[in-house]
Ligand binder design. Structure first.
Ligand SMILES: NC(=O)C1=CN([C@@H]2O[C@H](COP(=O)(O)OP(=O)(O)OC[C@H]3O[C@@H](n4cnc5c(N)ncnc54)[C@H](OP(=O)(O)O)[C@@H]3O)[C@@H](O)[C@H]2O)C=CC1
Ligand SMILES: CC(=O)N[C@@H](CCC(=O)OP(=O)(O)O)C(=O)O
Length: 480
């Protein structure tokens, strides 16, 4: 059954409201049908869902070919509200139809469906720039493919319909076939790993830079300027160069690029990331900590002082390079703290929290190494603002993340475990009442290699290239 139709012309940005009283769109049956032609045939078009508050989320991407009709399934998580609109861009002229195969009468209030087409020439041009010259596939370089986060990028891209790896680099393992370094990914057809100096970037549109911090700045500086870059290292995360030099003990070698870099905490800085060329992917601890704390601080629900973070990481967080401290005998059958009072993620966490607070926030942060290969938990102790309850914190986090695919607040009292996010891009959160009146305990878990590194990096590159940010990331966690 048809519930909304819009005829449009190129360059038109027009909303048409179609009211369907007494009906609720069943999200699992909801489809967009586009029927028309595109100015930029052979490129990728985007459908967005626009929410009442002005927020805009990519919903589906599709190849712009002059086909008669195309049905697009919209990511269902975006359709949990009753009112939204849809925009399609990429230089489209034709007809958009919203189709609901399972339209059912519902008991709730009347629903409005708005259909729109936004297809200005500028949008179409941006889309063209984003995708690269006449290619429908984005050509990807993975720098540091022989490391843990590099391999995780390769694993995730195996399911990506638009990204294809054309260049892979390694240092000590340069020259070795990727499948012999990581036999679990042996079935993929991949280029050989080469040293960065031998890599040919003429066949690359975007790179994931999975190199140790300190080596990264000069390497990114040497890349062709048109490449989009997501840097997984810490080299571009701190806005203040002096602070970088203080915490990382070395001079910054690319301060101009530092100014350009956008901090890639996807759910918080989505719009800046969409328009960025260079994204500094957050550290794993800062991801697990800022996702719950930033909205609570911004809303004034917790005090800025007395934030205590007890965090724990799996050993893959330290990378694949051999280090005495990471030997089996040093890690197994026990746990220990490290970096006490001086871990380099402290300034990154404080930078993010201070930014939303508009004043300096300091935290007590102690990381621990756990005898597990992947996973991360941050247990965060906070003092609530006067009159605020743990229910207020809980409901605020629910409201903040209700339309997010990868950040989930669990049901009341349900404890997030690291094993609930293993191999997936989820961050699971919950809030608990402390025994001490006025205080609350927040628990946040991620997989350090996915949401804490390569998964979030892919989320970011999807946005930078104009694709739905969940593309290639629909992995359910491995459990048990
Ligand atoms: N592991 C994690 O959970 C997270 C890591 N990060 C960050 O991501 C980056 C990569 O981490 P991870 O994959 O764990 O690290 P690994 O140590 O596992 O891998 C490092 C990669 O970089 C290559 N490499 C090392 N030195 C050089 C060099 N001088 N020039 C060129 N290539 C080099 C290595 O090649 P080869 O092996 O052939 O020598 C390898 O491919 C780091 O900056 C890390 O801090 C961020 C968030 C989480
Ligand atoms: C277990 C372990 O050693 N973890 C790493 C953090 C991993 C990470 O996020 O590192 P970057 O900031 O370099 O990206 C550490 O504590 O240094």
């Amino acid at each position: 059954m048809r519930v909304g139709v819009l005829e449009t012309q190129r360059e038109q940005t027009q909303l048409q409201v179609v009211k369907v009283p007494g009906y609720l769109i069943q999200k699992e049956n909801w489809q967009l049908m586009v029927d028309g032609s595109w100015q930029q045939s052979g490129r990728t078009g985007m459908a967005y869902v626009l929410f009442e508050d002005g927020a805009k989320s990519p919903a589906a991407s599709f190849l712009l070919i002059p086909e008669k009709q195309k049905r697009l399934r919209i990511s269902s998580v975006l359709l949990q509200r009753n009112m939204y609109s849809v925009s399609v861009d990429g230089g489209f002229a034709g007809k958009v139809t919203i189709v609901d195969k399972g339209l059912k009468k519902c008991r709730s209030s009347p629903v409005c469906v708005r259909a729109s087409v936004a297809s200005t020439p500028l949008r179409a041009k941006n889309q063209q720039l984003k995708i690269g010259n006449s290619e429908k596939t984005v050509r990807i370089g993975v720098l540091g493919a022989s490391g843990y986060t590099g391999a995780e990028i390769v694993r995730l891209l195996a399911n990506h319909p638009y990204f294809a790896i054309t260049v892979m680099t390694a240092d000590r393992k340069a020259g070795q076939p990727f499948g012999s370094v990581f036999p679990h990914l042996n079935t993929q057809e991949l280029p050989n790993m080469v040293a960065i100096k031998d890599a040919d970037f003429s066949d690359v549109d975007a790179v994931f830079c999975c190199l140790p911090h300190g080596t990264t700045q000069e390497i990114i500086k040497g890349l062709p300027e048109q490449l989009k870059v997501v840097d997984l290292s810490a080299d571009f995360r701190l806005k203040n160069i002096a602070e970088y030099e203080e915490w990382y003990g070395q001079p910054h070698k690319a301060p101009i690029l530092q100014e350009e870099a956008v901090y890639g905490l996807t759910e918080i800085y989505r719009e800046e990331i969409e328009n960025a060329r260079l994204v500094a992917n957050p550290g794993c601890y800062p991801t697990s900590i800022q996702l719950p704390l930033m909205p609570l601080i911004e809303a004034g629900l917790i005090e800025l002082s007395n934030i205590i973070i007890d965090a724990k990481s799996g050993v893959s967080g330290a990378g694949r390079g051999a280090k005495e401290a990471n030997l089996y005998t040093e890690i197994a059958e026990g746990m220990h703290s490290y970096g006490i009072t001086k871990h380099r993620h402290v300034p990154e966490i404080e930078q993010g929290l201070s930014g939303v607070a508009n004043s300096k926030v300091t935290v007590s942060f102690t990381p621990h190494l756990m005898p597990m290969s992947r996973g991360m938990q941050s247990t965060i102790y906070v003092k609530m603002a006067t009159g605020v309850t743990t229910d207020d914190l809980y409901h605020h986090l629910i409201a903040t993340y209700e339309n997010e695919e990868f950040v989930k607040v669990l049901g009341k009292g349900v404890v997030p475990h690291t094993r609930h996010v293993r191999g997936s891009n989820y961050c699971l959160l919950n809030v608990f009442q402390d025994r001490i009146p006025g205080r609350a305990i927040i628990i946040s878990v991620i997989d350090n290699l996915v949401k804490g590194a390569s998964g979030q990096a892919l989320q970011n590159l999807n946005l930078m290239m104009g694709f739905p940010e969940n593309t290639g990331l629909n992995y359910q966690p491995l459990f048990p």
